[in-house]
Structures are given as C-alpha cells and as structure tokens.
Design a protein around this ligand. Structure first.
Ligand code: HEC
Length: 464
C-alpha cells in the first residue's frame, strides 16, 4: 500500500519530503534483494565523480573524480570490478576519454593539464602542459590521432597524442569553454562555452570556421548525432536541444532540466541519447522520434557524469557520492535504497554543531577524519593535532608539505584557513579557500580536535 503511494507520488523525491521518503523506503527495503543493489554500485573513489566513459564495446569504463584520480573498471553483467586507480593529477579530474584503436586514455584536470595514460601497463604516460586554467573536457579524434581539450582559459588546444605535443591553440570563445565533440569523420571540432555559443573548427588548420549558434545562456554539453548533420546540446539554463549544424536552427526542444545540464551521451548504435542535470534528473530518449523512454530522479543530484553501457543496457552515472551507480533502466526500482541513504557526505545529523557543518561542507569532500578513512584527494585528518605536516603514510604530498616543518595545531590550522593554503603553504596541492569568520574557524578547530580523536567510524563520521 505504502510503497504504491511512494511510487506514484511525484513529490516523493523532493528534499522537503525526506521523512516520507525514509518511511517509504524502509518499507521498500524489504522488497529489494541486497545482491541486486550490490551489482549496481562501483566503489573506489574518495570524492564526487565528475566524469564516466564506457569503452566502445562496453566491457571497460573510466571514471574521473574530485579525489584527483581516475579509475579503470571492468564492466560485466554479473558485477563490475576496479582494475586500477590511476593517480598523477594534482587537482580534480573533470573528464576522461578512451582513445579509439589504442590502449590509451585521456584525462582533463583542474591542475591545468591533460593526462595520457597507458591502459596496458596502467601507468601515466605524460601530462600535457599549456593551458593556463583548469581543463574541463577532453575528447579524442575518431582515428585516435588527436586530443582536443577545453579550458577555462578561453582556449581549446589540439594535441598530437603519439608525439605528446601541442599542435594548435584555438581562440575565439569569450570565457570558459565547457564541452567538445569531434565530427564523425574527425575533420571538425564543435565546442560550447560560457559565452553561449556553439562553434565549429577545422581540425587540420585549427581555424574557427563559424559560430553555429548563439544561446542566451552558457552551453555545457555538445555531442555529435549520427548522420553528422545535427548536434545534441545542453545548456546552463537547462535546455536540451537538437541543433542543425548547417542552418544553426534548433530543430527540437526536449524536456528541459530545472537547472544546468551537466552531462550527456549519444549511443548511436543503440539509437539512444541521454542527459543529466543539476536537478538530479537523468533522461533517456530514443533518437528515432525523440520520445522520452526513461526518467530517473536522484534526490541528491547534481549528476555530473553519465555514460551508456552497451554491454549491460544500463547507464553509469555519478554525482556527489563517492560511488558510481550502474542503473539498469529496465529495472527502475533497483535504486530506491541508494537514493534514500541518509546522511550523505554533505549532510550533518546535528545541524546545531557549527564545526561539524563546516567540516562536512568545506573539508569532507577531500578529507576523512577517521583512521580507516582513506582515498580522498587529501590525507586523513585523523589525529591531525600534534602531527608534522606531510607525514601520513601512502599519501602523495606536494614537495611543499613533505619538506615543511609545520606541526599542525589550533594555531597553524587556524592560520592555514585564515591566510589561505596558497599563502600559508605556497605550492600546496590544496586549493585556495579561506574561512574568514573567526567563529566558524574556531568551531571547525573544535570539531577537528574532538572528532580526530575518536576511533569509531560511526561516532567520528557524521557524514558519508
Ligand atoms: C578540494 C580538496 C580539498 C579540500 C576541500 C580541503 N583540502 Fe585539505 N588538503 C587537500 C590536499 C590535496 C592536501 C595535500 C596538500 C599537499 O600535499 O600539498 C591537503 C592537506 C591538508 C592538511 C595538511 C595535512 C598533512 O598531513 O600535512 C590539512 C591540515 C588540511 N588539508 C586541512 C583541511 C581542512 C580543515 C579543510 C576544510 C576547511 C580542507 N583541508 C579542505 C585537499 C583539500
């Protein structure tokens, strides 16, 4: 009875309806076997997942995370397995890509570089340098020869993958460039950016051919559609549209998101396209007549990463959680338990504890505070008071911290966030962030002191 109501009530997943949601799901949990759920989750990252791509045959996948790493996965119907975590970037990994026909992968990072990885020996080949701001997208040409990267430095760069060399800097966009896609024959590159334009470039010469389309709001997603005459685009104001390349006209407007479109895929061989957004919605359409086939709402959106798995007939998606969800869209109830888990990393049980709130919102995306908590972008802050900087075993610190003789204390951590990491410890990998309110800093220090001593995970970890 109850679950029927849950399934039919459209407000079920609204944040405000949390109590109802928890009550409904506790009923549902008896109905769902745990085996089914386990197959649907890929665990290994230590931070939100920004990007996911399936290989062309669908038997392997790459994911990129806020935790500064990529993970290479084996995907199968019976469950997916982590092959290796690939570490080497000094910032969040925003985009990942397989190189067609070669055992190579590409990555784009907040550290301003494009990584090339060998999927045979599972090592970093090189990090391509040139961009002067974060790199948010990277794509490979269909023949596997070129990589193109989009950056918030307002440029696109073309790279020769084999020679590991920059071959052109494409200038024209005014502001951040968010998304790239090659034409099916590899001759052209299409880009979308914060200036609201979709542009077309010639790969051979690196020249801007023309601005195809101008949308009032930023463009977050561009993907080539089969047939090579249209693009599937997603925008900052939530529009999901089909754009005709020749005429620059919008041929069709699909159901929009409430908030930015963040990711999407085109699975030509299956005739499917999908998009996901900041509102937590994932929609899958048939490209034949653009009918909406499936719709999923993750109440804890945003969904930054989305890719179609042909091997399993499912989509892999990622967002705020450390895990990637493998959603078999022919089995919609599969994810009900995952969707209702509380508290998540950014939620705190005791909202009155200012320090716990500071930690959850400002630090927990990159740090745990338990002895068993690992794998985040930064080292565990368990027992951080009295510890010398740069000394957690098995964590790859910057030279700045390894060579530092700072001892972490209320005073030094207070200074770290009063002055900002880049000022107090120049050259650190921790991004610049300051906590200007003394009250918030003190509350955070109280929390670090208290929680950093507790051994039990349940007691120390109000989040995750
Ligand atoms: C976006 C990721 C990120 C966030 C958010 C972040 N950190 Fe860090 N933090 C790092 C990284 C990466 C390092 C390692 C820096 C290095 O090696 O230079 C680090 C290092 C540290 C260190 C030094 C630890 C040691 O073992 O020497 C402290 C202390 C620290 N962070 C505290 C915090 C606190 C407190 C917050 C929240 C207010 C926070 N960090 C938020 C990424 C982050």
């Amino acid at each position: 009875m109850r679950w029927k109501y849950c399934a039919q009530n459209p407000g079920f997943h609204d944040r405000g309806a949390n109590f109802l949601a928890i009550a409904c799901v506790s009923t549902l949990m008896f109905l769902i076997s745990s085996e089914m759920l386990r197959a649907g989750i890929l665990r290994g990252h230590g931070g939100p997942v920004k990007s996911v791509k399936l290989s062309s045959k669908g038997h392997t996948a790459l994911t990129g995370s806020f935790d500064y790493t990529l993970i290479y996965w084996a995907i199968s119907k019976s469950g997916s397995k982590l092959i290796k975590r690939l570490a080497g970037h000094d910032g969040a990994v925003n985009s990942v890509e397989f190189v067609p026909g070669k055992p190579l992968a590409l990555s784009a990072s907040d550290d301003g570089t494009v990584g090339i990885w060998h999927l045979g020996n599972l090592e970093l080949v090189t990090r391509l340098k040139g961009h002067t701001a974060k790199v948010v997208d990277v794509v490979a040409s269909p023949d596997g020869k070129f990589a193109a990267s989009a950056s918030w430095d307002s440029t696109i760069r073309l790279w020769d993958i084999e020679k590991q060399r920059q071959i052109a800097v494409l200038k024209g966009h005014r502001g951040n460039i968010n998304s790239l896609t090659f034409s099916i024959d590899g001759q052209y590159l299409y880009s979308g950016g914060y200036d609201g334009t979709v542009r077309m470039w010639q790969v051979e010469t690196g020249e801007l051919m023309r601005t195809i389309y101008n949308h009032g709001w930023g463009i977050n997603l561009v993907r080539t559609l089969p047939g090579a005459r249209q693009l599937f685009i997603g925008t900052l104001d939530g529009a999901v549209n089909i754009l005709d390349i020749e005429s620059g006209k919008i041929l069709r407007k699909l159901k929009p998101h409430k908030g930015p479109v963040l990711a999407g895929f085109v699975a030509g061989e299956r005739g499917l396209a999908g998009a996901s957004g900041g509102d937590g919605n994932i929609r899958i359409w048939s490209m034949k007549n653009w009918t909406l086939l499936h719709e999923l709402h993750d109440p804890y959106g945003p969904v930054w990463a989305l890719s179609f798995s042909s091997a399993k007939d499912s989509v892999l998606y990622g967002g705020l959680d450390d895990y990637v969800i493998d959603w078999d869209f022919n089995n919609e109830s599969q994810l009900d338990e995952i969707k209702s888990k509380f508290p998540r990393r950014f939620q705190v049980i005791n909202e009155d504890d200012l320090g716990a709130r500071q930690f959850a919102r400002r630090c927990s995306v990159c740090h745990t505070i338990t002895p068993d908590g690992e794998n985040r972008a930064g080292p565990s802050l368990y027992k951080v008071f009295g510890r010398r900087a740069g000394t957690v075993a098995n964590y790859a610190y910057s030279k700045t911290l390894t060579n530092s003789d700072i001892i972490w204390s209320r005073e030094t951590i207070g200074r770290l966030f009063n002055e900002g990491p880049q000022n107090y410890t120049p050259g650190t990998k921790m991004p610049l962030q300051r906590i200007q309110s003394k009250e918030e800093r003190e509350a955070l220090l109280d929390y670090l002191e208290k929680a950093g001593k507790v051994v039990s995970k349940a007691a120390a970890q109000p989040v995750n």
